[in-house]
Design a protein around this ligand. Structure first.
Ligand code: FAD
Length: 439
């Protein structure tokens, strides 16, 4: 009888963690090998893993747990039946893609991989009893728990703004109804109107996200509302891929976009929701549409379960196990994962790393040491893409960057290069969502 093979798991996590712009490369050829080997091995039998959160981190982890050891009983708990991705949601705002193309379901996860998918919200984690309570009253016992609840917002940091106001002033930083609302508001804005966006302070989900959004809204305005203004009131003095974004903004949108850094008074201190007035040291602006992205913290469930220290969840960066509660693993945006940015690509990589670490632990193998990649593509225009990539590995217990690996797109590249990167951006999206939700 063939035994589950540690090398096969390492190979699978290594292949699947690396970013490449074609779908087939991500899914790799190791699946069948791992599956046939695990079917014959009982080590994961009677082990119940519950994964909370069906986003980039949780879904990826649930799928790869089953791939690495098909005997483990894996249950994914996610309230939504379909998940709209934040990646691609800025393209949707511009009208460059539709909502259906960025919305995914969990059919493959249950039908192909045998994950039990439960569409409920977790209301409580009892770490001592090793159980989670769902909103319908069901209690699920677990041997190990993975928590990937994404982010929550510190609304109280902006005077006059609260969670109750998001249906008037959306943040659209969790894709779904908020994205649809912002989409509608942009289209209903008067000709020559003023759009104000306020990106959050560090650390936050997807560092280039607000600036890709500025670009995509400018793309829409250029075609449909060419005298509109976009004012970026920033809580920071610099931002991800800044020079590349600004080069693209100058080339594509002239003086439509004005960026005000914190040092020039860009920090939004107060908002009057009723009159759509935004207050900052720079200026008091009466806007037509406002997109306020508040400061961020770990998802609410992480706080309720006592998994946080400060705003985020401390973890053992080799295994993703919480340093507060043994047997509970935290991945994705909620976790403190060394130098890895809070991104979908990072969360998916962490899901796989966590799955490999857990399976190795169950089988009493040495922990794998995968190298991981994060690539953040952004569209500045429909045929204008830019990117930043880095490779990560564990150093002295902390996930750090591999020196000399990765990089950013060059400044001053020609149109063909930017177009090629815009195609890579779309290819990246197809690859990663196919890997997580469709294969
Ligand atoms: C505009 C924008 C653009 C972006 N673009 C990119 C990009 O191009 N590339 C990239 O890599 N990243 C991008 N990101 C970042 C990416 O979306 C996040 O980093 C990623 O979604 C994090 O994954 P996660 O699993 O931590 O959280 P999420 O994907 O948010 O998943 C969390 C899930 O947990 C569920 N949940 C929460 N609480 C509970 C509970 N109590 N019970 C059960 N389920 C619960 C939620 O319903 C949710 O589905 C972008 C983000 C934004 C906002």
């Amino acid at each position: 009888m063939k035994k589950l093979n540690r090398r096969a798991v390492i190979k699978a996590v290594a292949v699947s963690s690396v970013a490449v712009p074609v779908a087939s490369s991500l899914t790799g050829c190791v699946t069948d090998g791992v599956k046939s080997q695990t079917e014959a091995n009982p080590a994961g039998s009677n082990i119940r893993v519950v994964v909370i959160g069906g986003g980039f981190g949780g879904t990826s982890c649930a799928k790869y747990l089953k791939r690495f050891d098909g005997n483990i009983e894996v249950t994914l708990v996610e309230p939504k039946k379909t998940y709209m991705t934040c990646p691609g949601s800025n393209w949707y705002l511009a009208g460059l893609t539709d909502a259906k193309s960025i919305t995914h379901d969990y059919t493959s996860l249950s039908d192909i991989h045998g994950v039990n998918v439960v569409h409920q919200r977790v209301s409580n984690i009892d770490a001592a009893a090793k159980s989670v309570s769902l909103e319908d009253g069901t209690i699920l016992g677990y041997d190990r728990l993975v928590v990937s609840p994404g982010i929550d917002f510190k609304y109280e940091m902006i005077e006059g703004y609260s969670e109750a106001d998001v249906d008037k002033i959306p943040h659209a930083y969790q894709a779904g109804p908020q994205t649809e609302l912002l989409y509608k508001q942009i289209r209903e804005m008067k000709q020559g109107g003023t759009f104000v966006i306020a990106p959050p302070p560090n650390p936050f989900r997807c560092p280039p996200g607000p600036y890709e959004r500025v670009s995509m809204i400018a793309d829409y305005f250029k075609k449909n509302n060419p005298t509109a203004k976009i004012i970026v009131l920033d809580s920071k003095n610099k931002f991800s891929k800044q020079k590349l974004f600004q080069e693209g903004w100058d080339a594509l949108y002239g003086d439509m976009i004005e960026w005000i850094p914190a040092i020039d008074g860009g920090v939004v201190t107060k908002v009057d929701v009723a009159t759509k007035t935004v207050y900052s040291e720079y200026e008091t602006i009466k806007a037509d549409v406002i997109n306020l992205i508040p400061p961020q913290k770990a998802g609410k469930l992480a706080f309720d379960a006592g998994l946080t220290k400060g705003d985020w969840c401390p973890i053992n960066q080799e295994t993703f196990e919480s340093t507060i509660h043994r047997g509970i693993y935290v991945i994705g945006d909620s976790s403190i994962a060394g130098k890895m940015p809070k991104s979908g690509h990072s969360a998916a990589s962490q899901g796989k790393m966590c799955a490999a670490a857990m399976v190795s632990d169950i089988h009493n193998w040495a922990q794998p040491r995968p190298k991981n990649v994060n690539t953040c593509y952004s569209l500045v225009g429909s045929d204008y893409g830019i990117s930043v990539a880095a490779v990560y590995e564990l150093h002295d217990g902390v996930i750090g960057k591999v020196k000399g690996a990765g990089g950013v797109s060059p400044m001053g590249a020609d149109d063909a290069f930017r177009k090629m990167e815009s195609n890579y951006a779309r290819g990246w999206y197809k690859s990663i969502t196919a890997d997580i939700w469709h294969s």
